[in-house]
Write a protein that binds this ligand. Sequence first.
Ligand SMILES: Nc1ncnc2c1ncn2[C@@H]1O[C@H](COP(=O)(O)OP(=O)(O)OP(=O)(O)O)[C@@H](O)[C@H]1O
Ligand SMILES: [Mg+2]
Length: 331
Amino acid sequence: MSDIITVKNLVEIYSDGTKAVDDISFTVKEGEFFGFLGPNGAGKSTTIKILTTLLRKTSGAVTVSGYDIEKQAAAIRKIIGVQSQETTVDGDLTGRENIELQGHFHQMNTGEIKKRVNELLGLVGLEEAAEKRARNYSGGMKKRLDLATALIHKPKLLFLDEPTTGLDPQSRAAIWSYLEKLNKDEGITIFLTTQYLEEADKLCKRLSIIDSGKIVASGSPAELKHEIGADSIRISLENCEKDSPKAKELIKTMTDVTEVLDSEECITVYAKNAGLLIADIVRALDSSNIRLSSVTFSSPSLDDVFMKHTGRRIRTEELVKAPSRMFGGRR
Ligand SMILES: Nc1ncnc2c1ncn2[C@@H]1O[C@H](COP(=O)(O)OP(=O)(O)OP(=O)(O)O)[C@@H](O)[C@H]1O
Ligand SMILES: [Mg+2]
């Protein structure tokens, strides 16, 4: 399949000298669900603004659907839909009027708009609230309305800048299912940014992880996690400061352990066969009188991928927890 987005050596330096995007290159294929995963300030919105012709790049080469981002910006705007990070709904208008207004901006005719608005209200589950003023919508409803608005002119490429940030798990799941439907049933290419690991993992066929303006890893979620090649065991100690040097020494000598790192909980161990190793760890710490408060283990997550490439975790609240198993603390 052909590339719908090509980005080569893209750089963005804001007027105050901030280098928000630092020489990134990637491509997105037609029909793909592509993700840009990264923490606050990584450069996600800056990249989306450039791709959607809202911000001029400092340097690099970008094409969208074969059009040059600067010379053919008008042609690009016709075929893309954009949901920006801040909701753009007009609170004085009803949900229906908000979508209609966008249709007029796209110079669609009234009959066409009417039909499409009804379809979209159905798609995002806002039929009942359609005649209510948008200022009285909840956060999740506003995001859904924003999504519908971005789709009025049947774009073939949809840009979504953190479409679920701040939403409760239920609203988030609803948006996920609309997006999957748009991608699978209507063949719309989706470029999505997110800080949520689970979201990127669930939705994106391929993604790039961005940090401080640089792409640190790219691939399918499965490929990226496979690269880690080990499960992670997260260990909390009752007295982390005092006991962790000794505990790390003990764990490092065990077979199948590939890496032992300091972490938020206290210690994170990467190992093959984590399930089997846990008993050894518990025993070894116990014989050295090191008191554990908890041990959890999980298969590699995109957070482990981020950790491997940056030495940090993506610090966001995860509303949907990764599957992990918990071993009770000793008192
Ligand atoms: N108009 C601006 N002028 C100067 N610096 C800016 C401007 N907009 C963004 N930045 C800076 O550029 C960097 C990247 O910001 P950007 O908004 O692209 O990040 P982001 O990945 O979208 O973050 P978030 O997840 O918080 O939305 C940050 O350091 C930010 O402070
Ligand atoms: Mg942003």
